[in-house]
Design a protein around this ligand. Sequence first.
Ligand code: NI
Length: 173
Amino acid sequence: MSKRSIILHPDPRLKKVCSEVGEVDDTLRKLAEDMLETMYDAPGIGLAAPQVGVTKRMLVMDCEKDEEAEPRPLVLINPAITRVSDEMNVYEEGCLSIPEHFADVERPAEVEVSWTDLDGVAQAEAFDGLWATCVQHEIDHLDGVLFIDHIKPLRRQMITRKMVKLKREKARA
Ligand code: NI
């Protein structure tokens, strides 16, 4: 496994609609392993392929917060939301591509998602709580949507300006 570098907002690669994954092959399995390592190392609870520069519909996540519990790494290929609850939930979201910025985002509290796993097998599951927020946030990435696209424009512009400055400083260092 090897860590990949995470693309920081603003970047045109984070605004692309990703393409469907065709065949699940070794290249994709290697990418999934690398993404999980990158996510755990960050640390984060979710990471989408475009965040490491691959515009394909794949994401990884693990929202298990209990440190005593076993990790629960999930790899979702071509994920699709098949049902959303009427009930909504607000979570303070962050993103590995927008470090150190957080904002409240309202999303359906429960979602049913179908996807293909790394063995090429169809899976489906209902997610709630943090898992529901995370899976919706990550699927958004596959459509070029960031969590700040769900907040007020003024706040979004402020965060983007700070990110531009941060990237400039990083480039100089
Ligand atoms: Ni994100």
